[in-house]
Write a protein that binds this ligand. Sequence first.
Ligand SMILES: Nc1nc2c(ncn2[C@@H]2O[C@H](COP(=O)(O)OP(=O)(O)OP(=O)(O)O)[C@@H](O)[C@H]2O)c(=O)[nH]1
Ligand SMILES: [Mg+2]
Length: 215
Amino acid sequence: MDEKHAEKLDFSGTRFLQSAETVNQCPPDDADEVAFVGRSNAGKSSAINTLTDQPKLARTSKTPGRTQLLNFFQVAEGKYLVDLPGFGFAKVPPHVKAKWEKQLEAYLRERKSLRGLVLLMDCRHPLKDFDRQMIAWCGQAEMPVHLLLTKCDKLKSGARKKVLLETRRELVGYGDLISIQLFSALKGDGAGELKGRLQSWLCDPEAREPSETGA
Ligand SMILES: Nc1nc2c(ncn2[C@@H]2O[C@H](COP(=O)(O)OP(=O)(O)OP(=O)(O)O)[C@@H](O)[C@H]2O)c(=O)[nH]1
Ligand SMILES: [Mg+2]
């Protein structure tokens, strides 16, 4: 028999699967997936590229608002990473922005395949309004969150530790639902830790519901 628990993901074999403009266009909802969310320019697409060792897999840009669709990447059969559009870009017309926000909300609410969210925040500007709203929503929905404090190559070692400790302290009330780490797409710092988290969410059913231990 196929030992699903033992499956070890090879992130470097990830390939682009498809884009979706609406939730209805997403792949069939019977997979395991993790979505990368965060304010525009936080480094979502860059994180996916570092993780998969493919610098051009997800499109990145200095201009916020680069990712405009839900982009699905397949790590293995039925195991997806989803690159979501960022929030907070100023140059997008309001009606387009409203449409994306609606689709993003619908995706988060309706998608059964979603096992957890990787929430990315620039470590120099953590916990902005959008991040707090996202975390509060996850708390209510009991959706696990792995928080990446990105671009940590921009801070010295002491400042990194400080932001990690302070962010952890602020979110301690969420217990096991939220885990937090530093990350640099540029240097690869934290890539191993991120892979470990994704591996367990995508392949280990027990890791998804930490409080349910059965009889
Ligand atoms: N120094 C440094 N720059 C980074 C890092 N990660 C991303 N960047 C830069 O930040 C900018 C935005 O990165 P993206 O990965 O495109 O950000 P995004 O969150 O996907 O942005 P949207 O698609 O607009 O939501 C790019 O210029 C990246 O090169 C990092 O770890 N270190
Ligand atoms: Mg992007």
